[in-house]
Ligand binder design. Structure first.
Ligand code: FE
Length: 249
């Protein structure tokens, strides 16, 4: 567990070491504001049992009023039913995925608490503050969202910025860090065009940290600007396929 931001009323906490065995590393986050909290991308079943214990050190489970799913993948949603059973929280997921995730065993009566996010995003009030749910479609999921928290100035970027294989959870040298992000972004992001659009959009936000759902956090405006420039110039996805659909990344 690591605290990314804290003031009297507002706290952002990261849990980055709960995946076990053959599971891909996945990070969960909790944003607390006053009497309410939101859990972001809670993960799978085995993560669930460890995460309830760890979260209890940060906030009482009864305060978990919101669950955010950035997209439909198992490392995001597989424990959705358990979280909805344990809490009275409302969940939020792209309107395009709500019926797909029922296959993870989400009970019908609980499914009414899953709120569909429209394609252009929305605001979610947690405690006294509004969090922005911003569209990040096709990065990598076709219907995909991120959370921007204007209080902590953290962008919770979901799979964008994901890194694998490094032995730190906070980037110090961006250029050295690229090799840990490269394979995923080249293979999972469908094309450079969408990255350029996204960078244009988020450059308008005041961001102090980018916190992806896998791997290390990008701290500081200098690293964040380097990340944007890297994305704008990244050749990825369809443009790396040859005519036999072999990937030449
Ligand atoms: Fe994913």
């Amino acid at each position: 567990m690591e605290i990314l931001y804290q003031n009297n009323e507002h706290k952002c906490v990261m849990f980055d070491d709960l995946a076990v065995g053959g599971m891909i590393q996945a990070t969960q986050f909790v944003i607390v504001d006053g009497d309410e909290a939101m859990i972001l991308d809670p993960g799978g079943h085995k993560v669930f049992s460890s995460l309830i214990k760890e979260i209890a050190e940060v906030v009482s489970v009864s305060k978990l009023k919101h669950i955010f799913f950035s997209h439909q993948d198992p490392d995001i949603v597989a424990s959705g039913n358990a979280w909805l059973m344990l809490t009275e929280a409302k969940a939020y997921l792209s309107e395009h995925w709500t019926r797909f995730v029922m296959h993870f065993g989400i009970d019908d009566y609980i499914s009414k608490r899953i709120n569909p996010i429209p394609d252009d995003g929305m605001e979610i009030k947690v405690g006294e503050r509004n969090l922005s749910v911003i569209p990040a479609h096709f990065m990598h999921s076709a219907a995909n969202f991120q959370i921007y928290d204007p209080e902590s100035k953290i962008l919770f970027s979901g799979d964008l910025g994901a890194s694998f294989g490094q032995n730190y959870n906070r980037v110090e040298n961006f250029d050295e860090h690229i090799k840990y992000m490269e394979i995923f972004h080249k293979r999972f992001i469908p094309g450079n065009e969408i990255l350029k659009k996204w960078v244009n959009m988020v450059r308008k936000l005041d961001i102090e940290q980018i916190a992806p759902q896998h791997g290390a956090v990008l701290p500081g405006k200098e690293n964040i600007e380097k990340f944007f420039i890297w994305l704008e110039n990244l050749k990825c996805g369809v443009s790396l396929l040859d005519e036999n659909l072999d990937f030449k990344g």
